[in-house]
Design a protein around this ligand. Structure first.
Ligand code: FAD
Length: 310
């Protein structure tokens, strides 16, 4: 068995692996895709001390760093089930979707999250070519331009307020007749001069020209009228879904499906820690996930020290 088994090899899982290995532990790292969401990212400009890098290059750097240490890397495998240790010092079991089983004295879950997509024509084609999901990451790329934010919940309204300070014009589109965000956010949004709010509209198509976004077509749900907005960017803000479906019923999840963690990354199961975008940690960013992975590994190490010897 492993002293520490890490599930997920994005920024959080990679950081946890390096920290755990440096404690001299027997470490396993099982993941579907090494690098996680960073593999799908174009430019990264907010990982402090690295002025600019590309996602796939960052993912390779994560892997190189982990492979400097004697970590048992099992890539291309998915975890399908978790059975907690029951009592401190006993072994937890992770069952893979190929039927294999891995046992460990402690776990760090770092399975990340995925953005919910609109599923309209043009979205996939123009992803990273005007279609964006993260205002903290890509907002500055649209300085002085026109953008839309799709989604009128808290994250959409926050994104629109944030972007209004950077870009020329923001149009917020919400499917329902009313915005669902907190009142204080809606009032703030309504007070901004360069923001237009459209409710009761359905996004129908991302329109592009010369390989990048040039517009967004939407349907006015009351009148049936179809309108095309001319713009350069579209931020999709209809939800971030944690990759925790496989954990339902085993440990405490928030109502959004995030693993509930405390200040040391501990979950509701003894010996099981979690880090990064799959948890309740606020603000889903690479630098935050990285720090969070280090923290959860140290939290798990701390718990191991208190366990009886195997
Ligand atoms: P992830 O990166 O999601 O990694 C999850 C890991 O778990 C992967 O290895 C995955 O394969 C694995 N996994 C998932 N489920 C299972 C399972 N059941 N079994 C085994 N393995 C599993 N952040 C920034 O700071 N700056 C940016 O510029 C930026 N740009 C972004 C652009 C895009 C297009 C996207 C999608 C995200 C961007 N982000 C950016 C956000 C950033 O990528 C995430 O916050 C960060 O990757 C989260 O790290 P993580 O390790 O928690 O999860």
């Amino acid at each position: 068995p492993y002293d520490m088994l890490i599930v997920g090899a994005g920024p959080a899982g990679a950081a946890a692996a390096v920290y755990a290995a440096r404690k001299g532990l027997r470490v396993g790292l099982v993941a579907d895709r090494f690098g996680g969401q960073t593999l799908d990212t174009l430019g990264i400009e907010n990982f402090i001390s690295v002025n600019h890098t590309e996602g796939p290059q960052f993912a390779r750097a994560l892997e190189n760093h982990v492979r400097e240490y004697p970590v048992d890397v099992m890539a291309g495998l998915r975890a399908a089930q978790l059975d907690g240790a029951g009592e401190p010092g006993a072994l937890a079991t992770v069952t893979l979707d190929n039927g294999g089983q891995l046992k460990a004295r402690s776990l760090v879950l770092a399975t990340g999250a995925r953005w919910r997509e609109l599923g309209v024509p043009g979205e996939a084609e123009y992803r990273n070519k005007g279609v964006a999901y993260c205002p903290h990451c890509d907002g500055p790329l649209f300085k002085g331009q026109r953008v839309a934010v799709v989604g009128g919940g808290n994250s959409g309204v926050e994104a629109a307020i944030d972007l209004a300070g950077i870009v020329k014009e923001v149009t917020l589109l919400e499917f329902a007749p009313n915005l669902k965000a907190d009142d204080v956010l809606v009032k703030k949004l309504q007070s901004l001069p360069n923001v237009t709010i459209l409710t009761h509209v359905q996004t129908q198509e991302v329109v592009g020209q010369n390989g990048k976004v040039s517009g967004l077509r939407y349907l006015h749900r009351e009148t049936g009228e179809s309108v095309t907005l001319a713009l350069e960017g579209i931020f999709v803000q209809i939800g971030l879904v944690p990759n925790t479906e496989w954990l339902k019923g085993t440990l405490e999840l928030s109502r959004y499906g995030e693993i509930v963690v405390d200040a040391k990354g501990a979950t509701s199961l003894p010996g099981v820690f979690a880090a990064g975008d799959c948890t309740t940690v606020p603000f889903k960013q690479i630098i935050i996930a990285t720090g969070d992975g280090a923290k959860a590994a140290l939290g798990a190490f701390d718990a191991l020290m208190r366990m009886p010897n195997p």
